[in-house]
Write a protein that binds this ligand. Structure first.
Ligand code: COA
Length: 300
């Protein structure tokens, strides 16, 4: 689903003339990013491992008037990364924007996941992001600058159950975002990240919610743990990517924007909303009647 209003807050030509490559752009959040970059004027190259998925993505994008190509391969193979970039330049005329969206994840406890399972996620998320960024840099530099957007997560803000592998991988991605921004800013390349929270209609939500229930039921359950009261839409992430690639973000680099409705901060309140005033005033009244300062720690 796109934005409920179906409208973009931006002019539809803000990325006109730009060429973008989106890893993992054939499905999920990556597809919606490809679509929104395309609807705002960019030509897009989408990458992925499954040719049929890429074919339907390109068909869907083209049907909306977007210039799109699909390039098949695996972000874990550096020769695939190089080939994607060459094909993008040959067929679309260069590169201005790289979106590192390819990711792998599953729920697994730290004692159960094998070293190879841990490595697999690190290779897709972290090494894939580095390999693509490194290979794209000379092309972006050649154009006098450009944008890299790394799709991250909030798993590693604190810690997340059964996600040691993905948390480590995304923490490293956030670190890369800052290091590359520092080193490549001189050449006009801005590097930022987006950390999505629970996002409706994605493999992330269906795989990681850990329950076998309908999408609606999962969304409803997860929404209880989001301060703004609903799970995000893929549009929310994609339109943030459009912003980061636009001239409005020309002075923004090394940052990761959290787009999660406040979900990472969520925790049950110690005192329910309806009881907080009465409980607090009760504590105050008791301490004043005793003529002493309020206690440092309330049992409530
Ligand atoms: N629990 C524990 N370990 C798992 C696992 C699970 N659910 N799924 C895979 N692994 C382990 C495998 O056992 C294997 O380790 P081993 O060789 O020691 O047995 C390792 O991970 C690689 O698995 P394999 O299936 O060979 O990798 P793949 O390249 O075919 O698939 C994945 C990569 C596992 C990341 C797969 O989930 C994937 O392709 N994901 C892409 C889409 C996605 O998950 N998106 C979500 C974004 S949030």
């Amino acid at each position: 689903m796109s934005h409920p209003s179906g409208h973009s807050p931006f002019k539809l030509d803000i990325l006109k003339g730009q060429v973008a490559l989106i890893t993992g752009g054939g499905s999920g959040i990556g597809f919606e990013i490809s679509r929104q970059l395309g609807l705002h004027g960019a030509a897009v190259a989408v990458t992925g491992r499954r040719q049929p998925v890429l074919d339907s993505a390109v068909e869907a994008l083209t049907s909306e008037g977007i210039k799109a190509i699909g390039v098949q391969g695996d972000v874990r193979k550096s020769q695939d990364c190089e080939r994607w970039l060459k094909e993008t330049c040959d067929r679309l005329g260069g590169l201005d924007i790289l979106i590192n969206c390819a990711a792998g994840n599953f729920l697994a406890s730290a004692e159960e996941i094998s070293v190879n399972g841990f490595r697999t996620v690190m290779e897709i998320d972290t090494i894939g992001t580095f390999a693509m960024s490194r290979a794209a840099f000379p092309l972006l530099r050649q154009r006098g600058g450009g944008r890299i957007v790394n799709i991250s997560a909030t798993l590693h803000y604190g810690a997340t159950w059964w996600q040691a592998h993905a948390s480590a991988a995304k923490a490293a991605v956030d670190s890369l975002t800052r290091s590359l921004a520092l080193e490549w800013g001189t050449f006009g390349v801005c590097v930022n990240g987006i950390a999505p929270g629970p996002t409706g209609g994605t493999a992330g939500l269906s795989k990681l919610a850990g329950v076998d229930a309908s999408e609606e039921a999962v969304n409803e359950a997860v929404a209880q743990m989001v301060p703004i009261g609903k799970v995000g839409a893929k549009w929310d992430i994609a339109i943030t990517a459009v912003f980061l690639c636009s001239s409005a973000a020309r002075h923004l680099t090394g940052d990761t924007l959290v787009v999660d409705g406040g979900a990472w901060m969520w925790r049950e309140p110690a005192v329910p909303r309806e009881a907080v005033s009465k409980a607090s005033r009760g504590v105050e009244a008791r301490s004043r009647s005793l003529g002493v300062a309020p206690p440092q720690r309330s049992k409530l």
